[in-house]
Design a protein around this ligand. Structure first.
Ligand code: NAP
Length: 482
């Protein structure tokens, strides 16, 4: 049952950056929803912290507005919201100064779980970590939650890991990749390791190739300056797509335990072949009315808003089975999915032109979270043995009805995992570094060559060259459809 209440210890959660965009849109509404469904204990407390000068009442107004805006109406119960707000307070604090820290130390209760969400720019992580210790606010069991971007390259990620390691043990650090908190992503593991049906076929012998797509319809929005320094590779591939690739490709862990799962993911990253130049396509959206370079106010920008690549994994399981990855902004549809395309049967006993194709398992992260398996059957009717592909569709909302509607958002699930001390769905430091170690030479390669991204029409499926990446292997991208 999705609505089952899992006992959670009382906690004090401090959100540094509690007035920021991420807090407003994701963290605070997520916490309220957990309060609403009983997962957040009544004795828990949430403390917002930022430089803005506010008192508790003003911050509660801010939280009320965020909940009202981002939580579905049916969950906005006035009494419950008041009860939640009574658990919320605020301290004015500067990560780089000393004001406010004594006040925070006084607010924190002994004998409850202490968690600190660093929802601020990564440049402040070291200042926060150092002060949490200097003012004796964090104990040995305290947890810290950090957000992407976790570094800009291997050197900066190592430096960030080293800074955090000065003050916290790896078991206390929760690096968020919210894709790992998505229901379907966990279902990928349930499907792979909870059934006999798939795992025996989950290898190069039976899988033709795998496609991982994260397509967005939006452009860079108000994040132009940040995005232009990152591009699709750093913003999406190094973290989200890489995590999806790992969960799809990894060996079965011996148990569903944080280090057992993360060890297996790490092995996948370490087995990635260096990317060949011909297996990479970078794009930038551009039309007469709209263009990436205008959106980021940088006419000479060579940053990619789209990337597609053919990735090979050098191990026994996947030798010869490519993973095609693509992600981009201003694309035709907003779709995130993993498609496992199986091989065609080795011999057909039916006539050549019957329309039989290979099975396809699609794991959809958005929209309509769910799974879809195409199987070949006989077309009903008297017309002889004509075969058609039909979907065995398992959209969670349809299959699970009411319960699916209450599937927790990635952030709310992950925050409660932090409180419960479960790191399974968080990235370990060595994983993040290994991912940068793979992406760095690719980025250096195109910077040295001074490659310019290929153009693509806003609202399209990406540059022509990305279609060719699969065409030359006699394959096709799955159509972008919702
Ligand atoms: P934001 O809207 O700019 O908010 C930044 C927050 O940090 C504000 O609450 C700000 O409040 C506070 N802050 C800034 N300097 C501070 C200081 N010296 N001491 C204490 N507090 C300080 O940023 P955001 O979008 O919420 O992002 C927060 C983090 O999450 C960033 O690392 C970002 O990369 C990451 N992230 C965000 C999103 C998203 O959707 N927004 C998604 C993924 C990752 P004051 O100005 O009042 O101090």
């Amino acid at each position: 049952m999705v609505s089952r209440v899992i006992p959670t210890d009382p906690f004090d959660l401090v959100i540094f950056g509690g007035t920021g965009d991420l807090s407003r849109r994701k963290i605070l509404p997520g916490l309220y929803r957990r309060f609403w469904d009983g997962q957040m204990p009544k004795e828990a407390r949430v403390i917002g912290a930022a430089r803005s000068d506010m008192d508790d009442a003003e911050y509660r107004d801010f939280v009320r507005q965020s909940v009202t805006e981002f939580v579905p109406k049916r969950k906005c119960d006035d009494d419950l919201l008041d009860a939640f707000l009574s658990r919320v307070s605020y301290v004015t604090i500067d990560a780089k100064g000393s004001g406010g820290w004594e006040a925070l130390a006084t607010l924190m209760r002994p004998d409850v779980v202490k968690a600190f969400y660093f929802s601020v720019a990564p440049g402040l992580f070291g200042d926060l970590a150092e002060r949490l210790h200097r003012f004796k606010i964090a104990d040995d069991d305290a947890r810290i939650v950090v957000e992407k971007p976790f570094g800009h390259d291997l050197v900066s990620a190592r430096a960030l890991n080293a800074t955090l390691a000065e003050h916290f043990d790896e078991t206390q650090i929760y690096r968020i990749d919210h894709y790992l908190g998505k229901e379907t992503v966990q279902n990928l593991m349930a499907v792979r390791f909870g059934n006999m049906l798939f795992e025996p076929l989950w290898n190069a012998q039976y899988v033709d190739h795998i496609q991982i797509t994260v397509a967005e319809t939006v452009g860079v929005g108000g994040r132009g300056e940040y995005y232009d320094r990152s591009g699709a590779m750093r913003d999406m591939v190094q973290n989200h797509l890489m995590q999806l690739l790992c969960l799809t490709a990894m060996e079965p862990p011996s148990k569903f335990d944080p280090d057992a799962v993360r060890d297996e993911k790490l092995k996948v990253i370490r087995a990635l072949q260096p990317l060949k130049v011909g297996n990479l396509v970078r794009g930038q959206y551009r039309s007469r009315d709209e263009s990436y370079v205008t959106d980021v106010a940088n006419p000479d920008s060579r940053t990619e808003s789209y990337i597609a690549m053919k990735v090979e994994i050098a191990n026994w399981r996947w030798n010869g089975t490519p993973f095609y990855l693509r992600t981009g902004k201003r694309m035709k549809e907003r779709v995130s999915e993993i498609v496992v395309r199986f091989k065609e049967p080795p011999h057909s006993i039916f006539e050549d032109d019957t329309g039989q194709t290979a099975n396809e398992l699609t794991i959809r992260l958005q929209p309509n979270e769910g799974m879809d398996l195409t199987v070949t059957i006989k077309e009903p009717g008297p017309g002889g043995m004509r075969l058609i592909d039909v979907p065995l569709d398992m959209t969670f909302a349809e299959a699970l009805g009411e319960e699916a509607a209450d599937v927790p958002d990635a952030y709310e699930r992950l925050i409660m995992d932090v409180i419960r001390g479960n790191q399974t769905l968080f990235m370990r430091g060595d994983e993040v570094e290994a991912a940068w170690a793979w992406t760095d030479p690719i980025i250096e390669g195109w910077e040295t060559r001074e490659d310019r991204p290929k153009s693509y029409e806003p609202g399209s499926t990406g540059p022509e060259e990305a279609l060719m990446l699969l065409h030359k292997d006699h394959r096709r991208w799955r159509e972008l459809r919702t």
